[in-house]
Design a protein around this ligand. Structure first.
Ligand code: ADP
Length: 177
């Protein structure tokens, strides 16, 4: 991200984040309750580089962020190397896995690949500040929350696209910020 391209104060994280109102929902994983098969389905149905992990679909409380490539490798490894892992095996991003019924298939523990401190901003954070953080920390993505609920995601490409759009439409807003 080039320093010379700058955001006006008026652009907020909520203006750049995905999903937009008309877009499909943010694709998240839950820290417990999803099976290997379900997560493999999410991987197959989407091509996002990563997925926020939340406490539950209802709460949308952020637990961490998992990269697609780490998920693919870990699920593949679990299927190959961990005895008895099947599509119905439950996946846990929790630190302490609750006791499971003896009859069920073995669980897959993925706490180890979870980034527990993904960068987050609120929906009202000015993009000028978010861009500065992206640059300084070399981020690839950042999550957007409102009152502790996960709302969306901003990738470096989203920022670059938005900057390009702004410069086409209204160069003054870039010059006078
Ligand atoms: P990039 O923006 O570098 O192509 P991604 O492939 O991860 O990175 O994201 C593609 C688009 O989808 C971006 O606009 C991003 O904001 C959005 N996106 C990324 N992850 C998710 C997700 N888990 N759910 C919904 N949208 C996402």
């Amino acid at each position: 991200l080039e320093t010379k391209e700058e955001y006006g104060h008026k652009t907020l994280a909520q203006d750049v984040m995905r999903p937009r109102q008309s877009d499909p929902l943010l694709v998240v994983l839950t820290q417990e309750g999803m099976s290997v098969g379900e997560i493999e389905g999410v991987i197959a149905d989407t091509d996002y580089s990563g997925f926020p992990v939340v406490v539950s679909q209802e709460s949308q409380r952020l637990v961490g962020f998992v990269l697609r490539r780490d998920l693919v490798i870990s699920l593949d490894n679990a299927r190959k190397r961990q005895d008895g892992v099947v599509s119905a095996s439950l996946v846990f991003f929790l630190e302490h896995v609750p006791p499971q019924p003896f009859s069920g298939p073995p669980v897959v523990k993925l706490r180890g690949i979870l980034d527990l401190s993904p960068f987050t901003v609120t929906d009202h954070t000015p993009m000028a500040i978010a861009v500065d953080i992206f640059r300084k920390l070399g981020l690839r993505q950042c999550l957007v929350t409102h009152n502790g609920r996960l709302l969306g995601i901003i990738t470096k490409k989203d920022i670059l696209k938005h900057m390009a759009q702004m410069s086409n439409r209204d160069p003054d807003s870039i010059l006078f910020n």
